[in-house]
Design a protein around this ligand. Structure first.
Ligand code: ADP
Length: 270
């Protein structure tokens, strides 16, 4: 386990991403090899906690994953949720909205995928795109997106009051690391499919995206839906960090196996 308090953004703190080191491996003694060895123990713990959440079926967990392109959202999901029962977990990616989605308010498509009791939902991108790409690319006027932080806070507060625990993770990579990951996508035929020329337009807007992230995280990190800024240049450390966040969160939720319906002590199976 890594101490996750170092990643957590306390409500009301003004976030300055330049003060968050993407290459950090603070709180872990050892290097990549040790880090990779430590992960299975954590994923096993997550799997055990998820079994209890599923069995209890009285509360749910929403994990929001956000990152710049190549930030490692997909890899994080693959590694961290390796051990869980797929029946109890839903992953939703949020891409460019469809015509139908655009004809509704921006939270409409998101609300449909929030987790039911006993389940974990993972958002690969989320309603935060509506104050990130939408702001940076000026898809709606400022007066429209600037009101959304308040909506989002209220929406998440409502979810938490109704039994959904929320954690939000920003995978923080450096611009140099992004360059290397894009180069790998171009250089390795198996990764070509992941490369879109449009990604480079977003890379050119790096500073505007960072500013939008800083604002979003600052304005929406709350006690009921905290943001964690996770160093993500080293994939093995990122996996340990996100796993630690999930374990601490699920332990705090403390799901319990339900009591059996009746006393089972004298049941005999013939
Ligand atoms: P990813 O890049 O996460 O692997 P995709 O290749 O499907 O997934 O990209 C999703 C794209 O959809 C991103 O470029 C993102 O900015 C865009 N997108 C997501 N939500 C919105 C939104 N609300 N408005 C406009 N674009 C969005």
């Amino acid at each position: 386990m890594i101490d996750i308090s170092q990643f957590r953004i306390a409500p009301g703190t003004r976030v300055d991403l330049s003060r968050h080191e993407p290459n950090s491996r603070k709180g872990f003694e050892g290097g990549k090899k040790d880090g990779k060895k430590a992960l299975p123990g954590l994923t096993k713990t997550i799997a055990g906690l998820q079994r209890r959440l599923w069995a209890e079926s009285e509360q749910s967990l929403l994990v929001v994953l956000q990152a710049m392109d190549t930030g490692g959202k997909d890899g994080t999901i693959r590694h961290v949720f390796r051990g869980v029962n797929p029946q109890g977990v839903d992953v939703h990616g949020f891409g460019v909205p469809t015509e139908e989605e655009l004809a509704h308010d921006y939270l409409w498509r998101v609300h449909q995928h929030t987790p039911a009791d006993g389940r974990i939902a993972i958002f690969n991108r989320s309603h935060y795109e509506d104050v990130l790409v939408v702001r940076v690319k000026e898809l709606v006027p400022k007066e429209v997106w600037s009101r959304r932080y308040e909506h989002i806070r209220a929406f998440e507060e409502m979810l938490s009051h109704e039994g959904t625990t929320i954690v939000k993770v920003f995978l923080n990579i450096s611009k140099d690391e992004q360059k290397e990951r894009f180069e790998a996508r171009l250089g390795e035929p198996d990764k070509n499919w992941k490369f879109r020329k449009g990604d480079l337009e977003d890379r050119a807007l790096w500073d505007a995206y960072r500013a939008a992230y800083e604002d979003a995280i600052t304005k929406t990190s709350t006690d009921h839906a905290p943001w964690y800024v996770v160093p993500a240049d080293r994939k093995w450390y990122r996996n340990l960090a996100v796993s630690s966040i999930l374990i601490e969160t699920l332990e705090r939720m403390n799901p319990q196996f339900p009591d059996p319906e009746q006393d089972l002590t004298d049941v005999v199976i013939r």
